[in-house]
Each structure stands twice: as structure tokens, then as C-alpha cells.
Design a protein. Structure first.
Length: 370
């Protein structure tokens, strides 16, 4: 029977699919992708504080993942919002949406570490954080469809209609979660499972909106849950943006023809290439941190490892954070210290109205150079 994009895909096959894990090409790609991912996990351990990546790599991931959904903000807006609660409160809607992605990623990470599995409650919580809603699984009567964007050829055309029916989405999500968590159902390699589960999640399309971002967070959390990543810092969304047409083409090929192999190879290549990119980011940050620490200590008598780590935790720094690290409450002393950082060209001041931000340009160059 021919696939009809305008009718609900209620015949979406349950997981696991057959004869994928035995394909020679997939097995070869799985080896190289797994090695690259393991190198990232090892590299993360070199960081003095792995959580610092939440404001650097994870922020880049949030921005890129949102851009896939045509939600655009600038690095400048993001960095200001991260560095200051007032700026975050007054940020434009797109910036707030990107920041919600980052918070959703972090909330999901905390839940997975606590529960040691991925459950529907956690996935719903991620969706709610992303969309700033109390909503949940889309109701059975909701006529949800996926349409071409306004900037695309044949804009508004229906390209996919997800499953619809009483209890059907819940049943499909239950099967997906069993596949991820129950090794008796399938003992497939976790990285391969992630590729397969990502298609299935997007095909189920369980929420009224925000499915793409929720699904991309789910990818990272599953890798964390299976011990393939210590921190959710794989920068997958940039690869998807660069290869957006291939991503959607291969996604559609599974739906229309059951063509799993090209999709799995695409996703494994995304993991491998992204792991190499993430390693470059981590190495660049670590190398610059080491150089800046040596330079700072030789030019500023109070400069130390803790201050250095702070300056590389986020690109825009408020003086109060430096004061907290150094336990300096005197505004005069703190101003003197910040001016020394500026004089040494470790930080650069940027004034906006009455607010002054201090920018680590070296860190920005590393992040934006990727």
C-alpha cells in the first residue's frame, strides 16, 4: 500500500526493527563512531569542572537545535542573558526559548542521573520546559500535521501526519521506552539504539510542538544513561543544520519505504563528526585556559586557578562573580581587580546602557570558530 502523507501513520511499526544490527556497513560505521564518542567522554574528564560546559558547548547546542526549528537568536543576546538574571528576564522571546532548551537539557540530565533510566515523566518534563507549558502528550482528537515551512518550495504542504487515536501515542511511547530501557527486548548496541529511537520518537511526534528539540535532548540523555557520555555535551545539532536536507530526506525514507540503513549511517556519521568537533572545542578551551592561567599569574598577583576557571565558564562575566570567587565585597577593590583584567587584555568591557559586561574574547573565538 502506498504511503499517504495526509493520513495518520497509525501503522508505524513497533521497535525493534529487524536485520539492522547485522549489516556490515553499519557495523563498520558503528566502530568508528563509538571510538570518536569515547574520545569525547575521555576528554571531558580533563576539564577542571565539567559543568562549565553547560554555559559553553551546551549553550551552542541549544542555539543550533533551536535554529533547526527556525528560532534564531545571536550569541551576543545569549551570552548576556546567561551572565545576568536581569538580562535573562528582559531577553527577547527567541533568546528565552533557546535558554529554555538549555534548562530542559540540564533538567533531563538531573532526572536521568537520579532515576538511572529514561521514562515518560522525564520526557514530558523536558517538553514542558522547552515550551514553557503545563501540556503533555497531544490528545487523540488533535489534527497534528507536519507541513513545509513558509520559506520552502510548496510551503504549507503536508509532508507527514503522525499517528493519531485513543491511547495510540501512549502505546507507541511505551514500546519506545521499553526498547531503550529493556535489554531483554533488544540487546542492540546503545549507540545504534539511539539512532533507531530518534527516528521512532520523531515519527510518533508525541507532543503538539517542540518534538524536534525534545528528541535531540533525548539523544544526549540516552548516551549519558548508557555511560557513553559523562556529560550531555555532544554538539549534534550543528551537524543536522549543515546537513538538514539529508536529515529530513533519510527520516522520510524510513517512513515511506522502511529504508533504515541510510538513516542509521547518517546518524552514526553525525555522532562521529560531531564527536571530532566537540573534541576540538574542548581542546581549544583547555589549551586557552592553560595559556591564560600562566599569563594571568605572571601579570596579576592575585590571579589564580579559580578565577581562570570562572572566566572560561561563560563568555560574558559580571564583576560580582569575580568578587564571589575572591571573597571581595569592596566595590573599590573589585573595580581595581576588574580593571587589571582589562589592562592585561584578559577581559574586554562592553557597555550597554548602564550595564557593563566583561567579555572573554578568546573563549568566544573558540566557540564561534566551530
Amino acid at each position: 500500500m502506498a504511503y499517504d502523507r495526509t493520513k495518520p501513520f497509525n501503522d508505524l511499526p513497533l521497535l525493534p526493527p529487524q536485520n539492522i544490527a547485522d549489516d556490515v556497513d553499519i557495523l563498520k560505521k558503528l566502530v568508528t563512531a563509538s571510538r570518536a564518542l569515547a574520545s569525547v567522554n575521555s576528554n571531558v574528564q580533563r576539564l577542571p569542572n565539567p559543568y562549565m560546559l553547560v554555559n559553553t558547548i551546551a549553550l551552542q547546542e541549544a542555539k543550533a537545535s533551536s535554529a533547526i526549528e527556525n528560532i534564531f537568536t545571536t550569541e551576543d543576546e545569549l551570552y548576556k542573558a546567561v551572565s545576568d538574571t536581569v538580562q535573562e528576564k528582559n531577553a527577547n522571546p527567541a533568546t528565552k526559548e533557546v535558554l529554555r532548551y538549555r534548562e530542559a537539557l540540564w533538567e533531563g540530565y538531573q532526572r536521568v542521573k537520579k532515576k538511572n533510566n529514561i521514562d515518560l515523566e522525564s520526557i514530558i518534563a523536558i517538553f514542558q520546559q522547552i515550551k514553557n507549558t503545563s501540556g503533555s502528550i497531544r490528545p487523540a482528537h488533535s489534527l497534528t500535521v507536519i507541513q513545509r515551512g513558509q520559506s520552502e518550495f510548496r510551503s504549507g504542504e503536508i509532508i507527514y501526519t503522525p499517528p493519531r487515536g485513543v491511547g495510540l501515542v501512549e502505546q507507541l511511547m511505551g514500546n519506545l521506552l521499553d526498547y531503550l530501557n529493556d535489554e531483554k527486548l533488544s540487546d542492540t548496541d546503545p549507540l545504534l539504539k539511539m539512532c533507531i529511537a530518534h527516528y521512532q520518537f520523531e515519527a510518533i511526534h508525541p507532543f503538539p510542538a517542540g518534538n524536534g528539540r525534545t528528541g535531540r535532548i533525548l539523544n544526549l540523555l540516552y548516551l549519558v544513561n548508557k555511560g557513553l557520555l559523562e556529560q550531555p555535551v555532544l554538539y549534534l545539532s550543528k551537524y543536522i543544520i549543515v546537513h538538514k536536507d539529508d536529515y529530513y530526506y533519510n527520516l522520510g525514507a524510513v517512513t515511506q519505504r522502511g529504508s533504515w540503513k541510510p538513516w542509521v549511517l547518517f546518524m552514526l556519521d553525525a555522532v562521529e563528526k560531531t564527536a571530532l568537533l566537540t573534541n576540538q572545542l574542548i581542546n581549544g578551551i583547555l589549551d586557552q585556559m592553560e595559556t591564560t592561567l600562566e599569563y594571568g599569574k605572571s601579570n596579576i598577583k592575585w590571579y589564580n586557578k579559580e578565577v581562570n576557571e570562572l572566566l572560561f565558564s561563560q563568555p560574558y562575566i559580571k564583576p560580582k562573580l569575580i568578587g564571589d570567587i575572591l571573597q571581595v565585597s569592596s566595590r573599590t577593590t573589585l573595580t581595581k581587580y576588574v580593571n587589571e583584567l582589562v589592562g592585561a587584555r584578559i577581559l574586554t568591557p562592553s557597555k550597554e546602557g548602564r550595564e557593563v559586561f566583561y567579555i572573554n574574547n578568546d573563549l568566544i573565538h573558540i566557540l564561534e570558530g566551530q
